[in-house]
Design a protein around this ligand. Structure first.
Ligand code: PRT
Ligand code: ZN
Length: 226
């Protein structure tokens, strides 16, 4: 008996800013996903593919640990996880298969509107709240600035008003959230978009040929968006 081909596992965000466009991309590539299923795993009806729907933060690790074959994730989360894993001496290998045309945002430092900001050196000795301590740490090191980083998982934008930090480093798209919290953007430290990543050491020929069929379809979908 021939072994059943192993189903390709694709991790995507379950619900959030990337989930609708991730799903639309796969659907446009011809995958028939049972959308009524609110479960962790959704089976693709017409291809040997399973979709895993998880928190976005879990996606880089699932791919880097080889638990999922592909993943759709914001570069900001991917890069933060890579930097963390390098420090922890964990595996952080992956390949970027495609840069996607959604999820764009920037990771920026912001200070209170009334503050006289005169360049990155004025952050010396300050406290900066962020969900991205590794990306911020790398930037400050490159700039030769010593600042204290406070790691917050949420509500970063209220930290200065709450007296928890002098500045923040958070994702920005329109800038409305900063504005609403009395903050102004002063440095862009990272620009991000969603990417499709593949795990290292994927060798199953049938899985590879499936991926090779998907890549030109993804390019086609993105060209159609232009
Ligand atoms: O539940 P789960 O952990 O899966 O989701 P999440 O809440 O952690 O992430 P989610 O869905 O908010 O964002 C997923 C990804 O979308 C991010 O990692 C980015 O790659 C991308 N993205 C694009 C953004 C934004 N734009 C964005 N504006 N992620 C977050 N924001 C937030 C930002 O943190 C701030 O609170 O939106 C606010 C700022 O928006 P503006 O328009 O007011 O500037
Ligand atoms: Zn998240």
């Amino acid at each position: 008996l021939a072994a059943e081909p192993k189903r390709l596992r694709i991790a995507m965000q379950k619900s959030g800013r990337l989930s609708i466009e991730s799903q639309d991309l796969l659907t446009s590539c011809g995958l028939k996903i049972n959308l009524r299923e609110q479960r962790l795993i959704a089976h693709v009806e017409n291809m040997p593919i399973d979709i895993l729907r998880v928190r976005d933060d879990d996606i880089p690790g699932l791919v880097m640990d080889g638990v999922c074959d592909l993943g759709i994730i914001g570069e900001n989360v991917l890069e933060e996880e890579s930097l963390q894993r390098k420090l922890d001496d964990d595996s952080f290998d992956y390949t970027i298969l495609a840069r996607l045309d959604f999820g764009s945002c920037r990771l920026s430092i912001a200070v209170q509107q009334e503050e006289n900001y005169s360049g990155v050196a004025s952050l010396e000795g300050k406290t900066i709240a962020t969900t991205y301590p590794r990306l911020l740490g790398r930037y400050l090191k490159q700039q030769g600035v010593n600042a204290r980083i406070v790691n917050l998982k949420g509500s970063v934008e209220v930290a200065p008003r709450a007296g928890l930090a002098d500045a923040i480093c958070d994702l920005v798209s329109t800038g409305a959230t900063l504005e609403a919290n009395g903050l102004k953007e002063v440095e862009v430290i990272y620009r991000s978009k969603a990417v499709l990543i593949q795990r290292k050491n994927l060798t199953e020929p049938r899985q590879l040929s499936l991926i090779n069929k998907l890549i030109p379809r993804i390019s086609g979908v993105m060209r159609a968006h232009e």
